[in-house]
Design a protein around this ligand. Structure first.
Ligand code: NAD
Length: 360
């Protein structure tokens, strides 16, 4: 057994079909009396419904959350929280809405009650991101970790297949990189392997049968495991590449993760044998990189950067940016190799053409 350090994140999780019925009791548990409810414009109805459920414990609704938390949106929501004298934020939505709650908590220390409706996992992490002057800066701060998380699969019944599929692949990416993290630990690795197994089994059903509550419950459980991994251990090459592509080329978050993941695993495969074995086992055997590529195709998610808004001419710059600041990865990060990886991802090639080592 390798030496390790383990520190759990202090958050309370209430999971299950109908868990949202606990909202009032959970707000009371936090001692909050004036909750500010947050959502994107697309989920404004869900936010209004929650405010109604909360009755006099709702101070107001801010429904203008957008992806990557522009500083202007953060400032507007912070000002509203101050004006309303809010004592807690209820964030209902995906990573964008929870990210806005984090931006408020960062400067006010207001507790967050998160109600995730995608598989992104932000609710389980103390990581925040704010975009100013075209650059997204991320950081870790204990104040932004939601105090309570309510996972109710019923809220995912409205999640369209084209958002659900990539979002699930985004969660698988957290698990995959947790398995070869520099600070990997046995508990996070258990969660990671189980997360991949649960998501890989449930996502094909999630996208084919949008009303299948059992499949959405399983995927949400996998997403919780994945988010926990993301909050606990450091990520590597894959997340760095996606951060670069999202931040500097404005590519969509979950779709970028979906496209890049098989290629990042292919790059690392010979330098992270145990992680690859576990990913393979979770997928039911076979090569992890091509297995995840096939999963993406099976669920109708994109597999090529060229199909999600990346210009061919941007690849050189992306490779340069991604290799500029050295960071941990099981395999050394070399510009040429990264450019080849990005080119294969841009074309949408299926990885694993060369002879594969048995990993099952
Ligand atoms: P998102 O929050 O932007 O949601 C995508 C769209 O789906 C939005 O329009 C949203 O309103 C809609 N939607 C979400 N749930 C729905 C539902 N159940 N029914 C109908 N529509 C629904 O997307 P995301 O992928 O969840 O989050 C992406 C953002 O989160 C990125 O900015 C990313 O950087 C961030 N993120 C942060 C962390 C972290 O730890 N800080 C982790 C993961 C993602």
């Amino acid at each position: 057994m390798r030496a390790f350090v383990y520190s759990a994140q202090p958050s309370r999780v209430v999971f299950g079909v109908g868990a949202l019925d606990q909202l009032g009791a959970e707000i009371e548990r936090l001692g909050a009396k004036r909750a500010l409810v947050l959502s994107t414009p697309e989920q404004a109805d869900a936010a209004q419904e929650l405010a109604q459920r909360l009755g006099s414990r709702a101070a107001g609704v801010y429904d203008k959350a957008i992806m990557h938390v522009p500083i202007e949106t953060a400032e507007a929501a912070r000002a509203l929280a101050r004006d309303l004298d809010a004592d807690c934020c209820v964030a209902v939505g995906g990573g964008s809405t929870i990210g806005l709650g984090k931006a408020i908590a960062l400067t006010s220390s207001l507790p967050i009650l998160a109600i995730p409706t995608t598989f992104a996992g932000s609710e389980m992490t103390p990581i925040y991101g704010i975009t100013a002057q075209g650059e997204k800066k991320t950081g870790r701060d204990a104040r932004v970790l939601p105090k309570t998380v309510i996972y109710d699969p019923r809220l995912l019944l409205t999640l369209p297949a084209k958002i659900a599929g990539p979002s699930g692949m985004n969660a698988i990416a957290h698990c995959a990189e947790a398995l070869y993290a520099q600070d990997a630990n046995p508990i996070a690795s258990l969660m990671a392997e189980e997360g991949i197994r649960t998501l890989a089994a449930s996502l094909p059903v999630v996208v084919k049968e949008p009303d299948n509550l059992e499949a959405k419950s399983d995927a949400l459980y996998g997403a919780w495991l994945a988010g926990t991994c993301l909050g606990q251990v450091g990520m590597a090459l894959h997340h760095k590449l996606c951060h670069t592509l999202g931040g500097s080329f404005n590519l969509p978050h979950a779709e970028t993760h979906t496209v890049v993941l098989p290629h990042a695993l292919q790059y690392n495969r010979d330098c992270a044998a145990e992680a690859m074995q576990r990913i393979s086992r979770a997928l039911g055997g076979g090569d992890p990189a091509s297995g995840l590529y096939d999963l993406a195709r099976a669920i109708g998610a994109p597999v090529a950067l060229k199909d999600i808004g990346m210009a061919r001419e941007g690849l050189e710059r992306a490779a340069r940016l991604a290799t500029q600041n050295p960071y941990y990865n099981p395999r050394a990060i070399e510009r040429e190799g990264i450019l080849a990886l990005l080119t294969a991802a841009w074309n949408g090639e299926r990885p694993g053409h060369r002879a594969t080592r048995a990993v099952a």
